[in-house]
Design a binder for this molecule. Structure first.
Ligand SMILES: [Fe+2]
Length: 503
């Protein structure tokens, strides 16, 4: 079959009266159903089919700061083939987008993540693996990847840059796929990653400790010990792999770390064990079962466990040590499994599964006292939000400022941003116009002061069917963007992003 065509011609488009150098690198065929009405394959989630190289992007408004130097990378779920049965937005194939700023100019690249699973499906001209809300038995492809097995590793959830590589990862575990962070040239899967954790693979949310120049990774699955922690050194080599036994299969999505410890969550939201024994993977929230946090010495040693109020933490904000106390900040969900609204019709179940606002997640602090074994906890801010970011240089260290996204109620779409000052309790917010959505906004630092710099985000306007990159002052996100840069087309929505400075 024709799996895509390569077009090396240089296209000159005109936007706002200026010529922009845009090269179409590859076009993919649209295999999705004609007249598709899936809410997470249309509108803001309509996948992209073209890979571009764009240089010297057009600045629509403002000016790109001279001291903004580095690359903003975002991974997106960008399905190229129809689903076997029901499609969940997190099943989509990875498409990586990057914008690099240097000398007041910007260039953009986007590429599909060339996973083994995508190559097999394009070759077959058909989907081979069922997604997360279908039975694994429906998969045609044998084995597959993922915490539950028989899924496609779409490598579409997360991206982090370590040891000069942009590593994409999948929330249900798989291989880590390496790319050049600026050109997005594919360098294949990290050889060690498939066998990590006894074959569980690596989860999304590897955690970068820039001070130690280490990357902490984890994997989870249905076989004991159910959770494995790993450490990559400054060269990206796996130097440590330790089991962190859990009572059974769990669904962790993130972890936290401090200078000396990794923090592992054992949350009471997991596959119903009785159904799991019958091959049915149905997550259930056990509202009377405590949350447990494991404090794992990074250098090796006994894990210390703490009990806390039942919840599910999708994302941690940061953690640090304060004497014998471990401070852990993350998003406490009041309702991890919101009930479907019948008014949403055939998509009711799916819509609530990814309705971040309905989970009523708020910034929360747990204090784990290693001297007494006690955990105390408190809400930090009232604002329902999620997808937090910090200045990477204070990861695992005492810090002051956090950023996060707000979500459009009923949708997995970011309608605004928030800035939290953990010292004063001050809060700033910014909201885009109706139908306009941003992407996770990491800090692009410009000085030694924490969070002094910029917030970079991709913004899609579903009314105009266009996308742009917006740059905000990290001190004043509420003042709106200080620069807007045109992108070649409307980008598909997605999940995680990161900032990689130019050294
Ligand atoms: Fe995530």
């Amino acid at each position: 079959m024709e799996v895509g065509s390569r077009d090396r011609r240089v296209a000159r488009h005109r936007w706002y009266g200026r010529a922009v150098n845009t090269r179409v690198v590859r076009r993919y065929e649209n295999h999705l159903p004609p007249g598709d009405d899936h809410p997470y394959r249309t509108g803001a989630w309509r996948p992209n089919l073209v890979e571009y190289d764009c240089d010297d992007l057009d600045v629509i408004e403002g000016r790109i700061p001279d001291d903004l130097r580095g690359t903003y990378l975002r991974n997106t779920e960008n399905p190229l083939l129809p689903a076997i049965g029901r499609y969940h937005p997190f099943d989509g194939d990875g498409m990586l987008h990057s914008i690099t700023f240097d000398g007041g100019r910007a260039r953009y690249r986007n590429r599909m993540v060339q996973t083994t699973g995508l190559a097999a499906e394009l070759e077959a001209n058909a989907p081979l693996w069922a997604g997360i809300i279908e039975a694994p038995a429906k998969s045609i492809g044998l084995d597959g990847w993922g915490a539950r097995g028989r899924m496609k590793d779409a490598s579409s959830t997360d991206v982090i840059v370590h040891a000069g590589k942009a590593l994409t990862s999948f929330y249900q575990c798989g291989e880590l796929y390496a790319h050049d962070p600026r050109s997005l040239e594919a360098h294949g899967a990290e050889p060690w990653s498939k066998g990590f954790g006894g074959g569980a693979g690596v989860s999304a949310h590897p955690k970068l400790d820039v001070n130690a120049n280490e990357l902490l990774v984890f994997g989870y699955g249905t076989k004991a010990p159910y959770f494995t922690l790993g450490t990559l050194d400054a060269n990206g080599a796996l130097i440590r792999e330790v089991p962190v036994p859990l009572p059974g299969p769990r669904l962790p999505h993130d972890m936290a770390f401090t200078e000396h410890y990794a923090i592992v969550g054992d949350f009471p939201l997991f596959w119903d064990p009785a159904l799991l024994a019958q091959g049915v993977h149905r997550p259930r929230f056990y509202k009377d079962t405590p949350t447990r946090f494991g404090v794992v010495p990074r250098a090796g040693g006994e894990t210390v466990w703490f009990d806390a109020a039942p919840t599910y933490v999708l994302h941690f904000i940061n953690a640090y040590e304060d004497g014998t106390t471990i401070i852990v900040d993350g998003y406490f969900q009041e309702d991890p499994t919101p009930k479907p609204d019948p008014a949403d019709g055939p998509w009711a179940g799916l819509r609530k599964m990814v309705d971040v606002a309905a989970m009523r997640a708020r910034p929360h602090r747990w204090r784990l006292d290693l001297a007494t074994g006690r955990c105390t906890e408190e809400k930090l801010f009232d604002l329902v939000s999620e997808f937090p970011s910090i200045d990477a240089r204070v990861g695992g260290r005492r810090y002051r400022t956090a950023f996060a996204m707000t979500a459009k109620p009923g949708w997995f779409l970011f309608d605004g941003m928030a800035r939290f000052d953990l010292e004063t309790g001050a809060q700033q917010t910014f909201t885009w116009a109706d139908g306009v959505y941003g992407s996770e906004g990491p800090v692009a630092p410009r000085s030694d002061r924490e969070s002094d710099g910029y917030i970079v985000t991709f913004v899609s306007d579903t009314n105009a069917d266009t996308s742009e990159c917006q740059i905000f002052s990290a001190d004043h996100i509420d003042a709106g963007p200080i620069a807007r840069v045109r992108l070649p087309e409307r980008l598909c929505a997605g999940t995680h992003a990161c900032w990689a400075p130019i050294a």
